[in-house]
Design a protein around this ligand. Structure first.
Ligand SMILES: Cc1cc2nc3c(=O)[nH]c(=O)nc-3n(C[C@H](O)[C@H](O)[C@H](O)COP(=O)(O)OP(=O)(O)OC[C@H]3O[C@@H](n4cnc5c(N)ncnc54)[C@H](O)[C@@H]3O)c2cc1C
Length: 352
């Protein structure tokens, strides 16, 4: 290999699926450093991947996904793209071919397996964050409200606090959910009797075919921690939310009390991925796990939180395998001791 930046080196990807064309690439001298990491701009030569050269955003290779998830576990993604704009997203969806895609928001509901992801991970993180000023209206009953449009990468807590500035009410219960708006819409995130679907008016996404479409709320189906779109795949780029005008002090007090409650009940000082299991109808997964005597149960550096039994925490250099072994053990033990079959809420992805 030659170090001279004017010369090029050939890079072959080791992890591609059988039958997938090898994206032979040249590593050019144009590298830059972001957060202490050197990012090399590669020029693809294979006809099946040369579309990557047209991406305006950032492309990283073998990017450790552990750096992008709240649980801090997970292996590398072969290709990690931080798109610049919607046209980058359309380019990816229209051209990725057989290469698997995964959408990453804030990674707060995610376990990436230790061997990582063979394909492309799209991160919305650094773009799609704009919040448009609210458009106020009065309904026929004379009640004041507003419609606000926010980018998919907007952090939920930031969004809720932003709404409070305009005395807009409806999402206070979701403050403290550490994910993005896109992730919240995809998961139909909720807390204390409120779900994001309660305030959604429309969702704009790039479809699996690469088309930009806006879907009205009535075109979406919402369930507990799940939103179903008319067609599968694609990526949410923004959502339009409808809120009511409320009392500023009341909204602020609700926000403050939720943040205090979360801090006292959740193990926020250790890396975690939120609730691991969905709450079964009429019960709480945490209560069942505690009843099964599993609080504190550990494998390696991962363990069931002492503070909240439905959280698994990373106590050091935990691996995804350790976390998944705990999940399996918890599921088996709870079933054996209580007869309840727990279903995971966290998304588990990648090669084990
Ligand atoms: C401490 C803590 C507390 C939490 N409390 C709650 C809670 O009270 N209620 C609750 O519901 N959840 C909670 N969560 C879980 C998590 O924060 C939410 O599910 C959140 O909505 C996930 O958003 P994210 O951006 O992190 O998504 P990610 O974890 O990055 O992704 C989750 C899923 O959404 C998909 N996705 C993400 N962005 C997009 C997009 N733009 N377009 C299409 N698909 C997308 C991903 O592909 C993946 O399948 C908590 C998590 C933690 C760590």
């Amino acid at each position: 290999m030659l170090n001279n930046p004017w010369k090029t080196r050939i890079i072959r990807f080791a992890h591609l699926h059988q039958g997938q064309s090898v994206p032979t690439a040249t590593l050019t001298g144009s590298s830059r450093s972001i957060l202490g990491k050197t990012i090399h701009k590669r020029t693809f030569m294979s006809p099946s991947t040369n579309w990557l050269n047209r991406i305006k955003g950032e492309i990283r290779y073998d990017e450790p996904i552990a750096h992008h998830t709240s649980l801090r576990v997970g292996g590398p993604a072969d290709i990690f793209i931080v798109p610049e704009d919607v046209s980058d997203l359309q380019l990816i969806f229209k051209n990725h071919g057989d290469m698997p895609l995964f959408i990453l928001g804030e990674g707060t509901n995610l376990i990436m397996n230790d061997k990582g992801f063979r394909g492309i991970v799209i991160s919305t993180k650094n773009r799609f964050k704009e919040i448009e000023p609210p458009v106020f209206f009065k309904n026929t009953a004379g009640e004041e409200g507003a419609v606000i449009t926010a980018g998919a990468a907007t952090k939920m807590s930031y969004l809720v606090k932003n709404l409070a500035k305009y005395s807009l009410t409806g999402l206070e219960n979701l403050v403290g959910i550490p994910g993005s708006l896109g992730g919240a819409v995809f998961m139909n995130a909720g807390a204390d009797g409120t779900e994001i679907c309660d305030v959604i008016r429309s969702v704009t996404r790039v479809t699996a075919e690469g088309d930009l479409e806006t879907l009205k709320k009535s075109e979406l189906k919402f369930e507990y921690r799940k939103t179903t779109f008319p067609t599968k795949g694609g990526i949410i780029v923004s959502a339009e939310l409808e809120l009511k005008k409320g009392d500023h002090t009341e909204i602020q007090n609700t926000i403050d009390s939720h943040l205090v409650r979360r801090k006292s009940k959740q193990p926020l000082s250790l890396p975690n991925s939120g609730s691991v299991f969905k709450n079964p109808e009429g019960d709480a997964a945490g209560r069942l796990i505690e009843e099964a005597g599993l609080k504190g149960f550990s494998i390696g550096n991962a363990g069931v939180s002492i503070k909240h039994a439905n959280f698994i925490v990373n106590k050091g250099e935990a691996t995804a395998s350790e976390v998944i072994e705990i999940i399996e053990h918890v599921r088996d033990t709870v079933l054996e001791k209580t007869g309840v079959g727990l279903e995971t809420e966290v998304i588990i992805v990648g090669e084990r």
